[in-house]
Design a protein around this ligand. Structure first.
Ligand code: TYD
Length: 209
């Protein structure tokens, strides 16, 4: 029988700090003696690269059902190639975006959430799903300062995406962490929640916890 690892996913709006926080979480878990790995979606599979080019870096959105099917296909490949082999070896995987990004972003495009869940049925549910909450006004300031990365980065889309994330929090699918605070503070809370919720006991003392 294979040892099952743990799958944690970190969700949030564009530029909410989830990449920074996911990477810090992996670093901190490693510092405590756990074998943790960072990964992200869209993945770097052929489908993920197709998404970057033909879905995200475009002026107009594809039909939203086509978007959802592409993200779901990328996720299946991501799980089979990267996530499942690590989980089978008993490792901790931290995924920067997962199923809930499809629910929030493609749901914001008008799709039925049940159908999005249905086409994502083939991949494992995460053991813990975190939503880093940052107000849309703060997100829009960061987007305007940086370079445009995705067709999703408009005010209207971000407002609707946040509404769905908050709905998923209310329904108990996601656990909310206030992401509108200094990086170190958010990171400490994230680490505390992960250890607590997953019942992890550090084997090394090299932690800020
Ligand atoms: P990401 O690479 O996380 O952007 P950033 O690092 O700038 O936050 O995500 C790219 C975009 O892909 C983002 O706008 C959200 C979108 N996306 C979906 O619409 N559906 C999905 O299922 C996923 C995984 C991402």
């Amino acid at each position: 029988m294979s040892k099952r690892g743990l799958l944690i996913c970190i969700e949030g709006l564009d530029k909410s700090g989830k990449t920074t926080q996911s990477k810090l979480l992996v670093e901190n878990l490693r510092g405590m003696g756990f074998e943790a790995f960072y990964t992200s979606e869209p993945s770097d599979s052929e489908i993920g690269r197709f998404i970057e080019r033909y879905v995200l870096r475009r002026d107009r959105r594809l039909p939203v059902s086509a978007e959802a099917l592409l993200f779901a296909a990328d996720r299946i490949v991501h799980v089979e190639r990267e996530i499942r082999p690590l989980l089978d070896k008993g490792k901790i995987v931290v995924s920067d975006r997962y199923i809930y990004s499809s629910l929030a972003y493609q749901g914001a495009g008008g799709l039925d959430l049940k159908w999005i869940m249905e086409i994502n049925r083939m991949v494992p549910k995460p053991d813990l799903a975190i939503y880093l909450d940052v107000p849309v006004e703060v997100i829009m300031e960061r987007i305007q300062k940086g370079r445009k990365r995705s067709v999703m980065e408009s005010f209207e889309v971000q407002v609707r995406v946040r509404e769905i994330y908050l709905e998923l929090v209310r329904e108990g699918f996601l656990l909310l962490i206030d992401g509108n605070r200094p990086i170190a503070e958010v990171s400490r809370e994230l680490q505390r929640i992960v250890l607590e919720r997953l019942g992890l006991k550090p084997t090394k003392r090299d932690a800020t916890y």
